[in-house]
Write a protein that binds this ligand. Sequence first.
Ligand code: NAD
Ligand code: UDP
Length: 339
Amino acid sequence: MRVLVTGGAGYIGSHTLLELMAQGHEVCVLDNYSNATPQVLTRVRALSNGELGDVTGDVRDASTLDNLMQDFRPDAVIHFAGLKAVGESARKPLAYYDVNISGTLALLNAMSRAGCNKIVFSSSATVYGEPRYLPYDETHPTNPMSVYGRTKLMAEQILTDWAAADAPRGAVLLRYFNPVGAHASGDLGEDPRDIPNNLMPFIAQVAVGKRDALAVFGDDYDTPDGTGLRDYIHVVDLARAHVAALDYAQRHTGARPFNIGTGQNYSVFDMVKAFERASGRKIPTQVTSRRPGDVAAMLADASRANAEMGWQATHDLNDMAASTWAWQSKNPDGYGADS
Ligand code: NAD
Ligand code: UDP
């Protein structure tokens, strides 16, 4: 299949490129490098020996999209391109609505003009908001608590309406839980530009000495050790979910959400301990106050993805920690060193 991957140079996108190419798909990336470097694609090419097309451009740009549709003629699109920082989304709401919503609209318009009918979308478990029950299944009410989360839910609604409007269209909405880990080679991984917002990249930077200590955001939650519980999902498992979703999209019409998680959750201290085991290094921690907007626990019921897409996570906590350490220790400055 010919697959257009928007945001393919990013963290999740780059790992997905390898899985797509390994399955024989023909792939083209559209990225504006607002949160990535073209070096990522050089590394993907080196790891895959495969042909990989790429276009530098913005997903909101209609003429770039029309040219791509005409030249590459994708059978399907995987739409990663977007802004993703929860805190920043409160400070710059219009930038988030612009990239995440206008970007999705521009893409769907170009797909409609070109008769491209299938899309896999990067959504997030953050669309659920405060849990009414756990694990979340896909019928759990949605009530996102951030601007970022609202852009994801609105994009899901737009995709659902688009898919319903014309019979052959299909949209798979992947609600990711907490993506972590890296490619086993240590050559691809998560490379935050500023101070990491997320737990795993922060721990990894403490381990290589770039940061002094991990601030643990609260140890007074109603959880076994008092710290937040999350359903961490290895990025390679997540990448494979996209390959399964493409296959599902070919066989189905309409829009359907799927949770992508493991069904198991871990605390902040569990993650610290796993990383200490993988790296052989001590991770100093300091408990601070809760981070506003954080929930105590998240957990996925991923049985729908298992039953309907035949997808299941296979990597465990040790794989997550070991691959993150392989990436961080081999690339202490991320892709910076070769960009
Ligand atoms: P990322 O920032 O590493 O990747 C996004 C990519 O999109 C980057 O390469 C960036 O340069 C590109 N991009 C951004 N705006 C663009 C634009 N206007 N035009 C073209 N390219 C653009 O993020 P990621 O972690 O790989 O996440 C990918 C997607 O998954 C995002 O939509 C994100 O919201 C979603 N998601 C991420 C997580 C997570 O924790 N990482 C969780 C749930 C959902
Ligand atoms: N967390 C933390 N210190 C950090 C970053 C995160 O204690 O520097 C905690 C956070 O409170 C949550 C968990 O780690 O309980 C996962 O946070 P992350 O930001 O990675 O994911 P999200 O909160 O978006 O699920």
